[in-house]
Design a protein around this ligand. Structure first.
Ligand code: ADP
Ligand code: MG
Length: 790
């Protein structure tokens, strides 16, 4: 029995999904798989888990699991449901990549889709899962313990929420769950699967016979949505949509009746810039006190790190030591993985920073006079924002002010902000694009899909009739694509392929993906994994034929199995597997952790609101450049380039106790540094499992590597990034000025450049390897290190 407060009960009754409780619960009772569709805000996420709980779908040893593609949503929703049910977070809990509050008492568990995938992958005995479930059965009997997790026996119900987002992990989970549900039915331990989606395009799920042989029933929740009047701009502004947003919000705030405003922009920097501008134009009495910069570095820690490095440099170094590329750690046969993590990272905010960005001018205040008579309560919302700041948007604004939330597309479907009457939609979204062949990625701001634009408009009609202002013309809207394409068709898949191979799904091409990745992407992934030694290479004569026939069925190697246990991309896993030699492990772990967590350094290339801020930003940029040079060092260590900077930054930061002050003083993102620390811990555990004799522990006073270790590290890095090789163009190529200071890579015809933020920007070594190429104004290599080609 749930003991809700009368107020809460009152509020719930307003939600349209309450009218469907019986229909949903009957469908769940009769069918193993049910799809629930309903407008954002209709109550799916908060109510359906409660229906199931009240109907007895959870017990001490079998609980309700809910997956979300975003960490923000997993946390916020578990808190909300606990509050609605008047239960503690010990009972309604969450688990995200590195943290959670799950207990023995937990009955409803919100988690990211990556966390559930990890739980499934904890076992590696799934031979034939996809091809032949009968064989799994007998296998299962033999290795009862190991299969326990695979069958997800600790769940009575799994809810895949926000399935319309089509995140890669959601898609893979659906493929796996379709089989797990069948196996559980066979074993008479039925597992219920609920798929919840905000849009009505569910044909990818219902019409896909390979995924679900019997199409699951679809329950549509009629939303009690109020009408939203959509206003198109007559003309579409060419590029200054931020300025257009600003003008539109000013107008609404000055002329239109009470009601919250929600603005959709594309990225964190834009969100902040608009917030600042709006706060200035409509100050509230308690305008946020500017956080005073604590420039008091913990320079002490840094000095010590530098000093000990000097000492290490003096240590004897061998000449050109060689790492043994065939000496890697592998798991003893039959060991399961302990600490796997795979998770969709909200990457929309991890911008490739572009030094060519114009500074300052977009902030011109156009003679706006601050107007304190019309206070506006302006709040930012984006995925990297600290959770307590995110929670602000759910609170009513201070008396006498109007709420204005400036958000990225996190506000499109995952979170419903109360009291919004006006939506201002710039019509754009920032997405990471990958080139399928070269892997070059770029962040592009593009038009959203029609489905997304309608979602955004819908945010205005939750509590009363509303208005949506689209800052583009109806003709432009007509050209938008109807739906956004699923993520799995848009990104490299080597990590997924390795994980699937580790699950003994050899013929990946036969996997019941809701939407399969392209054959080119599968081939590229398999080729890379073969090159890394994770998959067995087919015999030479077979090879061409095989790949052409898209058989894609190379089995996993012992090295590949080990690599799959490390919670990082295959390239980085290879580096870890090689690093037990010459005591390189702690360094590789630190570098890999830093490479995996995007954007260590604060974004300092943002536009400044004032002369004062510009000067301050300049100062901080100079400081960061200085620190990078210090961390990179000279001679042998500088050859490791940006990767040495990462190692130095992690080392110095840990030395200083990883304090917010230290990070701020050195331009490091505190949140990123904490995440690196967690990931280092996790990698250390994973490595110890594979290679217990290493006896690794996280040393906060890690000594810098010796000169010969730096040389080994460069070879280890090259083993993972070997195909990311670039050569400085030779002088005869310099005829065309566009090749000045350029590099040539095997796959690209166009010149690539070392990114200006790299410590090797001025060094221009002959051969380099890079972590990634990001295309902004040019193609830039980031995470650059030198290699010697003999
Ligand atoms: P759906 O999943 O269908 O999009 P939700 O279950 O997330 O809908 O939301 C249902 C309602 O609960 C919405 O009206 C929303 O405003 C409200 N709500 C959700 N989270 C909170 C919260 N943390 N504080 C206040 N109201 C919330
Ligand atoms: Mg929801």
């Amino acid at each position: 029995p749930v003991n809700r407060t009368p107020e809460m009960q009152q509020e719930r009754l307003k939600l349209p999904i309450l009218a469907e409780e019986q229909t949903i619960m009957e469908a769940v009772a009769e069918h193993p798989i049910v799809i629930v569709c309903g407008e954002t805000g209709s109550g799916k996420t908060t109510q359906v888990p409660q229906f199931l709980y009240e109907a007895g779908y959870s017990s001490e040893d079998s609980i309700i699991g809910v997956t979300e593609p975003r960490r923000v949503a997993a946390i916020a929703m578990s808190q909300r449901v606990a509050k609605e049910m008047n239960l503690s977070q010990r009972v309604v809990s969450y688990q995200i990549r590195y943290e959670g509050n799950v207990t023995e008492e937990t009955r409803i568990k919100f988690m990211t889709d990556g966390v559930l995938l990890k739980e499934i992958q904890k076992v590696s005995c799934l031979s034939g899962l996809i091809q032949d479930s009968g064989r799994v059965e007998s296998h299962w009997r033999r290795r009862r313990y190991a299969c326990h997790d695979f069958l997800l026996l600790k769940y009575k119900v799994v809810i895949i929420d926000e399935a319309h987002e089509r995140s890669v992990y959601t898609d893979i989970l659906l493929g796996l769950l379709s089989r797990i549900v069948a196996l559980r039915t066979k074993r008479r331990l039925p597992l219920k699967l609920l798929i919840m989606s905000a849009t009505l395009r569910v044909e990818d799920f219902t019409q896909n016979k390979r995924l679900f042989t019997t199409p699951p029933p679809v329950i549509k929740v009629e939303s009690r949505q109020f009408p939203v009047t959509v206003h198109f701009n007559k003309r579409t502004p060419l590029d200054d949509y931020s300025g257009e947003c600003f003008r539109k919000v000013c107008k609404i705030h000055r002329m239109l009746p009470a009601g919250g405003i929600l603005v959709f922009l594309t990225g964190q920097a834009e969100v902040h810039a608009l917030c600042r501008r709006l706060r200035k134009a409509f100050p509230t009495r308690c305008s946020q006190p500017q956080e005073k910069e604590e420039e008091k570095d913990s320079a002490e820690g840094m000095r010590r790190f530098k000093k000990s490095r000097t000492r290490a440099k003096k240590a004897q170094a061998m000449t050109l030591p060689q790492i043994n590329l065939d000496s890697y750690s592998v798991l003893p046969a039959g060991e399961g993985d302990e600490d796997r993590e795979a998770e969709m990272d909200d990457e929309e905010e991890a911008l490739g920073s572009d030094l060519d960005l114009d500074l300052g001018d977009s902030e011109a205040n156009e003679g706006e006079q601050p107007d304190a008579s019309l206070p506006l309560h302006v709040l930012p919302l984006y995925s990297l924002l600290a959770p307590e700041k995110q929670a602000q948007v759910f609170k009513p604004p201070p008396e006498g002010t109007r709420l204005c939330v400036v958000a990225t597309n996190v506000a499109e479907t995952s979170l419903t902000i109360p009291g919004i009457k006006y939506v201002v939609d710039c019509g754009k979204v920032k997405k990471r694009y990958y080139d399928r062949v070269t892997g070059v990625s770029s962040f592009r701001v593009t038009w959203v899909s029609q489905a997304s634009a309608d979602q955004r408009a819908g945010r205005a009609g939750r509590t009363e009739p509303g208005h949506c202002y689209r800052l583009y013309s109806s003709a432009v809207f007509g050209d938008f694509e109807q739906f956004p394409p699923p993520e799995i068709t848009r990104r490299p898949v080597e990590d997924l392929i390795l994980q699937m191979k580790a699950l003994n799904i050899e013929k990946v091409i036969n996997f019941p993906f809701p939407t399969p990745p392209s054959v080119e992407a599968l081939v590229a992934a398999e080729e890379l994994l073969i090159a890394l030694g994770a998959l067995q290479a087919p015999r030479k004569d077979e090879r061409m034929k095989k790949l052409q026939m898209s058989q894609l069925s190379c089995p996993i190697t012992a090295l590949g199995r080990t690599m799959s246990t490390f919670p990082v991309a295959p390239r980085y896993a290879k580096m870890l597997a090689l690093s037990q030699q010459h005591g390189c492990l702690p360094y590789t772990i630190a570098i890999v952790a830093a490479m995996t967590v995007r954007e260590l350094f604060e974004e300092l290339d943002r536009p400044a609101a004032s002369e004062e801020e510009l000067a301050e930003l300049k100062g901080r940029r100079a400081r960061v450049a200085q620190m990078k040079r210090t961390w990179a060092g000279q001679g042998a260590s500088l050859k490791l380039g940006d990767l040495m900077v990462l190692l130095g930054a992690v080392g110095a930061c840990e030395y200083a106790g990883c304090s917010p002050q230290f990070c701020r003083a050195n331009g490091l993102r505190y949140k990123a540094m904490l995440e690196i620390r967690r990931l280092r811990g996790q990698l250390t555990t994973a490595v110890n499992t594979v290679c217990p004799e290493a006896g690794l522990f996280l040393d906060p006073k890690m000594q810098p590597p010796t000169e010969s270790q730096v040389t080994y590290l460069r070879q280890i890095m090259a083993a993972g990034l070997g195909d990311h090789l670039a050569r400085r163009v030779q002088s005869e190529d310099l005829l065309d000025p566009k090749w000045r200071n350029a590099y040539k890579t095997p796959l690209l015809d166009d010149p690539v450049f070392i990114h200006p933020s790299s410590v090797l920007f001025r060094e221009l070594p002959e051969f380099v390897i890079y972590q990634e190429i990001v295309e902004t104004t040019k193609m830039y290599m980031k995470g650059v290190s030198t290699v010697e080609i003999q």
